[in-house]
Design a protein around this ligand. Structure first.
Ligand SMILES: Cc1cc2nc3c(=O)[nH]c(=O)nc-3n(C[C@H](O)[C@H](O)[C@H](O)COP(=O)(O)O)c2cc1C
Length: 437
């Protein structure tokens, strides 16, 4: 049977026939996505990132990692606005345009059409689609009216999707999609899905669990056929999610339930080669996955805490390397424990040095605070000098140290802000961290 199809925007992706990496806070950062693509994921969802976290970020091209970083300064105890010397810059979202740019879907956490549009507009040129998270049951999401809370406020969810379609999808020629959970009854889910497919979205993913259901409870698939039918009537692609563990299983389930694609989360967190079919080699041993993950993590200088978290999922608890990894403080120690070979061990050492982690001494919180305090005092002294200079007679003012410095500054060439931001070496500090929100 043929169905109508909403047109796929020029820069967007068709979700049909795709087996994709699910959005996962912490577990879906840049290196995990690159690994999933290497083993055959057709598309990758980034971790839910809240609109308010992205708004206010600066977009930078990082020439060391070849990534696009959305960064902002952390406060580090500094109460007054503006960056001070020694303040850390955090990476809120990092993506690799060359490898994943055309396959990456940015998942937004939002409860407001205006802020959703503002945040999505910032990242739309760098991604192939924007997905709204309407399924996360965690309190940090639902208390703000985001995630699964949106399932109870369909007017708001539809307003968000319509605003994104109109203001972001159409403008940037990418698709807008939504990820939901099933509701308690078939009738309630149908009512909701019928409204969602009328908003102009191009895809819908259904996590086949209700909001209160925990991950260990088996996914419920008896509403799936109805959801697929409603999506197909409207010309929208439907992806299934929940307890899909491999490409071969996904293909079989897609056939059984008529879905256009499938999304994999926890199985991919442990071993990304679940995206590779049996005929192409099937599941790779954990040692290979750990090595390839380390390679990507080092190439994009992933925050060490995040890398360690992922390695803990990949390396089995019983393996001696797991204990070594648990005790490690940086890439070098793990590269040695995993016996990654001279080339990767040398790379690990240089990444540790750049990130100031591991065997290299790291600046402590107290040291950083002290440095910030000095920077603040210096700024205060400068302000006082400036105020004093204003009350000085004119001739005395032109001889003051501040006036002399001003002269020198004016004499220096003026680099355009966007160039200095994007191209300047080391614009993103070595300690830049990937922070999933
Ligand atoms: C570590 C982790 C983080 C997750 N983060 C998100 C998220 O950011 N957005 C979202 O929509 N779902 C998130 N989920 C839910 C998954 O995308 C997926 O819906 C769920 O795990 C069911 O798929 P599975 O049975 O293949 O694990 C997360 C799941 C896990 C395990």
């Amino acid at each position: 049977m043929t169905h109508p199809r909403v047109p796929i925007p020029k820069r967007g992706v068709d979700y049909r026939g795709k087996i994709v990496l699910a959005p996962m806070v912490r577990s879906g950062e840049c290196p995990s996505r690159l690994l999933a693509l290497k083993y055959g994921a057709d598309l990758v969802w980034g971790p839910e990132t809240i609109d308010k976290a992205l708004i206010g970020c600066t977009r930078r091209l990082n020439p060391i990692t070849n990534t696009v970083d959305f960064t902002r300064y952390s406060n580090n105890g500094v109460k007054h606005g503006g960056a001070t010397e020694g303040q850390r810059e955090s990476v809120i979202y990092r993506l690799h345009p060359e490898i994943e740019g055309e396959k990456l879907i940015y998942q937004i956490g939002t409860s407001d059409p205006e802020t959703a549009v503002q945040a999505a507009s910032m990242i739309a040129p760098d991604v192939a689609g924007i997905d709204v998270n309407a399924g996360c049951p965690k309190p940090f999401s639902t208390t703000g009216g985001m995630g699964a809370a949106l399932l109870k406020t369909p007017d708001k969810l539809c307003a968000i999707l319509e605003a994104l379609v109109k203001e972001v999808g159409n403008k940037h020629e990418i698709g807008i999609s939504v990820k939901i959970r099933i509701l308690d009854t078939l009738e309630d889910t149908e009512k909701l899905v019928r409204r969602l497919v009328a908003t102009g979205i191009t895809g819908l993913t259904v996590h086949c669990r209700t909001t209160p259901m925990r991950p260990r409870e088996r996914a419920i698939r008896d509403q799936l056929r109805m959801i697929v039918n409603v999506c197909h009537e409207a010309g929208i692609a439907c992806l299934m999610n929940g307890d899909v563990t491999s490409r071969d299983e996904a293909l079989q389930l897609m056939q059984e339930y008529g879905t256009d694609g499938a999304m994999i989360a926890t199985a991919a967190e442990k071993n990304s080669s679940c995206f590779r079919s049996e005929k192409d080699g099937g599941l790779a041993p954990w040692q290979e996955i750990a090595r390839e993950y380390m390679r990507f993590a080092m190439e994009v200088a992933n925050r060490w805490g995040n890398t360690k978290f992922l390695l803990a999922q990949i390396i089995p608890g019983r393996a001696p390397a797991h204990q070594a990894m648990a005790k490690s403080r940086g890439y070098f120690e793990v590269a040695q424990a995993l016996e990654l070979g001279d080339e990767l061990i040398a790379l690990a050492k240089s990444v540790d040095e750049r990130l100031e982690i591991g065997v290299v001494k790291k600046e402590t919180k107290a040291e950083r605070k002290a440095k910030n305090k000095v920077a603040q005092q210096t700024a205060q002294e400068k302000r006082e000098q400036k105020a004093a200079a204003k009350t000085m007679p004119r001739t005395a003012r032109s001889r003051s140290p501040a006036a002399k410095k001003r002269k020198v500054d004016i004499g220096e060439p003026n680099m355009p802000l966007d160039v200095s931001r994007e191209m300047g070496p080391g614009t993103v500090t070595g300690q830049a961290s990937t922070l999933a929100v």
